[in-house]
Design a protein around this ligand. Structure first.
Ligand code: PLP
Length: 351
């Protein structure tokens, strides 16, 4: 009935405006093509979604230039990060990564008894690849890289990361989380799938949650050597994705116009926020993602609460004694709210 449908659908506060700039989502989608495919597949929802899965895996394999046994789907890339933590974490595991970075995989591994070997980012907030390489000893069970990195929005260039992966993966497996890959200026030249094609033990994770705007639909995939895919499958996702979401992903993956549009809207948002930060005398890290990290002169928790009181959700943190705000891009009306709240909270007005 209408009433039971309404019960399931309305969870966002409708009355007061809230700018949700916390979670690096993409408010400009899903694409029209994805929504059309999603709706069309709803009528098939009583069927197990084998055909939808085959179609999506086939298309990813084609796009990436690998055979289908190199691909594993997950309900978001989170499920694949968790599977990797199960395979390479555990009681005797040692997972090496930069710090700060996205911590989902390392936290999962820690929960299973692994040690997290943290290599601090350098003074420019770049990966310290030389130290990371030096610290890779035989007892390291997995190296985890995030490119572009979260929360910094900074990148390792294709050349840097491919060279690192080629060297290090001969000793231990390297997991490269490419969640924000689509936002890079040169995605094809920056992905470490090149290493996989040359036989290296590299695992690349991608997600539809960012540029494709599927955070709620939950579709991700990873690319790895077939024997690694087998191991991850044993410990992880088996038939966890829904037919409609896989159908929508199949449409979105090759909707290049939509990807271009998403990237463009994101760039417009970033220009706007950069401008706000410049006018208020703030430094920032030029971002290769859909969020911007910048230092603030206020306690991070205090700042977050004060922004929230003005209806603006952001993420904040302290790294090595310095407080930072990480603001996700949103629609222009949300970024305007951010700009207004920000000026009030820091007590500087420029308009
Ligand atoms: N990897 C990185 C670097 C992320 O920032 C996120 C989410 O923000 C994820 C993975 C997980 O995303 P999902 O499970 O939606 O694919």
């Amino acid at each position: 009935s209408e009433a039971s449908a309404a019960k399931a659908s309305s969870f966002l506060p409708k009355k007061d405006r809230y700018a949700r700039l916390t979670s690096n989502e993409n408010p400009f989608g899903p694409s029209a093509s994805a929504k059309k495919a999603l709706k069309a597949a709803i009528d098939d929802s009583f069927l197990y979604p084998r055909e939808y899965r085959q179609k999506l895996i086939g298309l990813i394999a084609e796009e990436e230039g690998v055979s289908e046994d190199h691909i594993l789907l997950g309900a978001g890339s989170s499920e694949l990060l968790h599977a990797a933590a199960r395979v390479y974490g555990g009681a005797n595991g040692k997972v090496l990564s930069a710090d700060p970075t996205y911590t989902s995989l390392v936290r999962s591994a820690e929960m299973m008894g692994s040690e997290w070997v943290k290599i601090p980012l350098d003074k420019n907030f770049d990966h310290d690849l030389a130290t990371m390489e030096y610290k890779v000893k035989p007892d390291i069970s997995l190296v985890y890289l995030v490119n572009p990195n979260n929360p910094t929005g900074k990148i390792m260039t294709g050349e840097e990361i491919i060279s690192f992966c080629n060297t290090v993966s001969s000793k231990v497996p390297v997991f490269v989380d490419e969640a924000y890959w689509d936002y890079m200026e040169n995605p094809k030249g920056s992905t470490t799938t090149a290493c996989i094609k040359n036989g290296a033990n590299v695992i690349v994770a991608r997600t539809f949650s960012k540029v494709h705007a599927f955070a709620g639909l939950r579709v991700g995939y990873c690319i790895a050597q077939p024997e690694v895919i087998e191991k991850l499958t044993k410990e992880g996702p088996r038939n966890t994705l829904s037919g409609p979401s896989m159908s929508a992903a199949t449409a979105s993956l090759v909707d290049y116009d939509f990807i271009k549009y998403s990237v463009q809207m994101n760039n417009e948002g970033k220009s706007f926020v950069y401008d706000v930060l410049k006018k208020t005398g703030h430094d920032y890290f030029p971002s290769h993602t859909n969020f911007i990290l910048f230092p603030i002169a206020m306690d991070y928790a205090d700042f977050k609460q004060k922004m929230l009181d003005k209806g603006v959700g952001i993420k904040s943190m302290n790294v090595a004694g310095q407080d930072y705000c990480r603001v996700s891009m949103g629609k222009m009306e949300d970024l305007e709210m951010f700009a207004d709240a920000f000026q009030k909270v820091i007590g500087t007005t420029f308009r």
